[in-house]
Design a protein around this ligand. Sequence first.
Ligand code: 5GP
Length: 206
Amino acid sequence: MTREHTRRRGRLVVLVGPSAVGKSTVVARLRELVPDLWFSVSATTRDPRPGEVDGHDYHFVSREKFDSMIENGELLEWADIHGGLQRSGTPAAPVREALESGSPVLLEVDLVGCRNVVTAMPEATTVFLAPPSWETLVERLTGRGTESQEVIDRRLETARSEMAAREEFQHVVVNDDVDAAAEQLVNLLVGPPLEEQAQAETSQEN
Ligand code: 5GP
């Protein structure tokens, strides 16, 4: 039988993690390990940061454009981020097309977005990227030295509620080693069937 006949839908993994947990480093490693990984480019109403490229890091859109995307059902999910300071969301069509073509897909969203993806696509695998400890996260968040105290406080507040919700996730990956964390994600995206992995996890716990 040819690959055409056996081609399956790609797996969808939704990754959530507090600010400064090291998500972008883990994702960069993951992209090296899984070259055909399809990574969703979100739409956002916030301004680009220095170095960010429209269409690559985000689709930077106006609030009006974003709201028309919601109205037209173009977003798989969306959320108000950091207390409504910005809105970000996942364009639906490219995700569905990538999954249908057999590519593994990674979405990186906030907690609200993750819950909405699961409602829209219950087959999604949810992963929480956790810091080794709360203290490490606070250190990383305050140590970057690039943000004002107000921004840091808001991120800590968001991080606190995200950490409190980690039990909701199917998998928690602790980022104490970038390679090990990326390997766990590789397994979920393209490793053995997920039912087998769930069984292995259960027997390890017992
Ligand atoms: P930043 O503005 O720093 O890039 O991201 C801030 C937060 O927005 C992060 O928690 C990130 O996961 C979340 N985020 C980025 N894109 C999306 C999206 O498409 N949907 C949702 N719900 N959250 C997103």
